[in-house]
Design a protein around this ligand. Structure first.
Ligand SMILES: *[C@@H]1O[C@H](CO)[C@@H](O)[C@H](O)[C@H]1NC(C)=O
Ligand SMILES: *[C@@H]1O[C@H](CO)[C@@H](O)[C@H](O)[C@H]1NC(C)=O
Ligand SMILES: *[C@@H]1O[C@H](CO)[C@@H](O)[C@H](O)[C@H]1NC(C)=O
Ligand SMILES: *[C@@H]1O[C@H](CO)[C@@H](O)[C@H](O)[C@H]1NC(C)=O
Ligand SMILES: *[C@@H]1O[C@H](CO)[C@@H](O)[C@H](O)[C@H]1NC(C)=O
Ligand SMILES: *[C@@H]1O[C@H](CO)[C@@H](O)[C@H](O)[C@H]1NC(C)=O
Length: 618
């Protein structure tokens, strides 16, 4: 994909020579913290001459803009309550902005604060700026403060800044010792509205786009990118994906980029793929709320499971995908990875638009696939406790569900009696042959045309998968799609069926992760095609939802740190096709019941803490 994008970018460079100097912003230090200031000011303050004089004397000064809460005056307690609110909710504000306070008032009010210099001005609503931290120049220009955070998980390929017109450019700023910095605007600049439902409590609900979804050129025009830029808030950059969205193992398979770092446990576990950057970033950075990934055979679910995140593989066709790099269109989906289950459900409305309705009427039957019967390994207690609580909340009965037994009893007459044999090659044939047509062919053709017939370098995993596909005739695609459809119809009547009252007749849970180790410093065998059937293939083949819910963590003994460490425990939840909104409703209610909790960024998904392995630079 990289070679492809580079080639496109070269072709699109306009053949004109700009004669004007274009400002790209500036970086400053304040109390040991780096900030980026965008090139254009948000306003120019002229209402208060004393503040103007101060800025003229001192040059660039940090200020806090506040609103007077009423017309009776602005005192120290107002200031203190604002500062304590800002410090809690914002990733950018620090008390270093609090030495100079600029209060926007409706009338000329008296303001005071023992420890700060307070300036007031009667500001018309149209001229007011959002409350929060800013920098003011000697000419009175007021700039937003974007805090520069480091990408210590190595999750980004590129960090971006957007302007008011929706144009994106590369962040022209960095911090010492890092390959990339990320510029994060204050959440205080954003106010919740019908158009921006995620602002306010979640703002700026930073959305990160992985490389496979939006390229620079596409950021303005791409369907998904537009949805996000209007409904959600700021794009901070593009995240790493394994090559062409194929499953790759950290270090071993990643020839082109270095795999991002999973922050959990010893910091040396594989982040899973293909949405590796979206998973590692959402698990590492408290200032980042939401990332976007794609899932063909587990590319959202895998990173969510191993990093203890909420992640949704939507029902197929409910979320548009135009412009996304295809792996296999009948299986491809796109969804979010996040620590926050409430934000997740809110953001889903922006993702699915009219295709989701959050409902609160639930099935009374829970199917458990391969769950522990009693607690014998670390994490079993959490899994059993979770199911007990959910069953009790729903008043539901639980039964053990074995898809193989069910298939043996009721499979369609035309189908192989062994589901493992029947669907063994469906996934590798569909992804390989579809991607060869849709990606390899145009890539190779374009590259050869531009480079005297040469082939581009491609990682071993996509090469092995494409090569496997080449050993089958074109007719294999239709044959596997027929098997997939026969399975889908069978599962929709024997697995999870629609219900007029509760959307789905049941809910199916399986264990997503249970502190499973997959060290990134291992030599592994050469890649083979991803054949085989498992529970995680059900959603891709049948088209129903499969969402990951983190429920806690369990311990293991690390061969890296030689110490007890903790990794996430997660469950996957499925319901009838199209019942994504019922699952989101249930998630909201389980949060209210205290059965599900917000996952935390850092060493532990349950408790946060310092990440053990932070990359200094590329
Ligand atoms: C502002 O606070 C200072 C210090 O507490 C006090 O001396 C002064 O009278 C106050 N001014 C107003 C207008 O409240
Ligand atoms: C003012 O600052 C001093 C020194 O930082 C601090 O001890 C004092 O508590 C502050 N006063 C108020 C009212 O916040
Ligand atoms: C601050 O005051 C301005 C002008 O009165 C208003 O437009 C803005 O909505 C206020 N912001 C908040 C957060 O109250
Ligand atoms: C909603 O679903 C329909 C039918 O599958 C699809 O055509 C449409 O693109 C979807 N809308 C969005 C916003 O994803
Ligand atoms: C299902 O049927 C297959 C093929 O007949 C057999 O190999 C397998 O053991 C059966 N599995 C179960 C769980 O009954
Ligand atoms: C699946 O296919 C692979 C590769 O052809 C083969 O090695 C394996 O035995 C097959 N497994 C089943 C269950 O059919």
């Amino acid at each position: 994909m990289d070679h492809f994008i580079t080639f496109l970018a070269l072709a699109l460079v306009p053949c004109t020579w700009a004669a004007t100097v274009q400002l790209t912003g500036q970086t400053v230090y304040l109390a040991g913290v780096s900030y980026y200031l965008p090139p254009s000011p948000v306003t120019t303050l002229q209402g208060n001459t004393a503040l103007g004089r101060k800025a003229l004397e001192e040059g660039l000064i940090p200020i806090t803009v506040l609103n007077a809460t009423d017309d009776t005056g602005y005192g120290h307690s107002d200031y203190q309550s604002a500062v304590s609110k800002f410090s809690t909710m914002d990733d950018v504000f620090t008390e270093a902005f609090g030495n100079t306070i600029y209060v926007q008032t409706k009338a000329s009010t008296v303001a005071n604060s023992t420890n700060s210099t307070v300036y007031t001005a009667n500001v018309a609503a149209n001229d007011a700026v959002p409350q929060g931290p800013y920098f003011m120049s000697s000419s009175g220009a007021v700039y937003e403060a974007w805090r520069l955070y480091t990408d210590f998980a190595g999750a980004f390929t590129e960090t971006l800044i957007g302007d008011a017109e929706g144009t994106f450019s590369v962040l022209p700023a960095n911090v010492p010792g890092q390959a990339l910095a990320v510029a994060v605007p204050s959440r205080l600049y954003y106010t919740k509205s019908a158009e921006k439902p995620l602002a306010g409590e979640f703002a700026p609900a930073t959305v990160i786009v992985p490389g496979i979804i939006c390229t620079h050129q596409q950021l303005r025009t791409h369907f998904l990118c537009n949805v996000w830029s209007t409904l959600v808030l700021s794009f901070l950059g593009k995240l790493k994906t394994s090559q062409f969205a194929n499953g790759e193992e950290a270090t071993a398979d990643w020839d082109d980029y270095h795999s991002p770092f999973n922050p959990r446990g010893d910091g040396y576990q594989d982040p899973s793929s293909s949405s590796s950057g979206p998973g590692a970033a959402a698990a590492s950075y408290p200032w980042l709320d939401l990332t976007l990934g794609s899932d063909t055979g587990g590319s959202i679910r895998g990173p969510s499971e191993v990093q203890g995140l909420y992640g949704n593989r939507p029902s197929h066709d409910l979320v548009a995908l135009d412009g996304t790099m295809p792996l296999s269109p009948p299986l491809d989906t796109s969804g979010f990875l996040t620590r926050d289950p409430v934000l997740w459900a809110e953001a889903a409305k922006a993702l699915y638009l009219d295709n989701v309705t959050i409902t609160h009427s639930y099935p009374k039957h829970i199917k458990l696939y391969d769950f522990p019967k009693k607690a014998s390994q670390p994490g079993d207690d959490l899994l059993l406790d979770f199911i007990t609580k959910v069953a009790s909340y729903l008043g539901a009965k639980t039964t053990n569900y074995d898809i193989e037994t069910s298939w043996n009893r009721s499979h369609p007459a035309s189908a192989n009696p062994s589901i493992d044999d029947y669907l063994n090659l469906t996934y590798p044939i569909l992804i390989a042959k579809n991607q060869v047509d849709l990606v390899r062919k145009p890539l190779y053709d374009d590259y050869a045309a531009a480079h005297d017939g040469r082939k581009p370098a491609v990682d071993p995993v996509p090469l092995a998968r494409w090569g496997f596909g080449d050993t089958f005739p074109e007719s294999a695609v239709a044959e596997q799609n027929t098997k997939r459809t026969i399975f889908a119809d069978w599962f929709a009547s024997h697995g999870l069926s629609p219900n007029p009252d509760t959307c789905s007749d049941g809910i199916l849970f399986y264990v997503g992760s249970q502190a499973d180790v997959n060290y990134r410093n291992q030599y592994i065998s050469a890649p083979v095609a991803p054949y085989g059937f498992s529970i995680s293939r059900v959603s891709p083949f049948w088209g129903g939802p499969d969402l990951v819910l983190p429920i806690g963590q369990a311990s293991y003994h690390s061969t890296i740190t030689h110490h007890k460490e903790f990794l996430p425990v997660t469950v996957d939840i499925m319901a009838a096709r199209g019942c994504d909104g019922m699952i989101f409703g249930l998630v909201q209610d389980l949060v209210k019941q205290g059965i599900l909790k917000t996952s935390v960024a850092g060493n532990s998904n349950a408790g946060g803490g310092e990440v053990l392995f932070k990359r200094a630079s590329q």
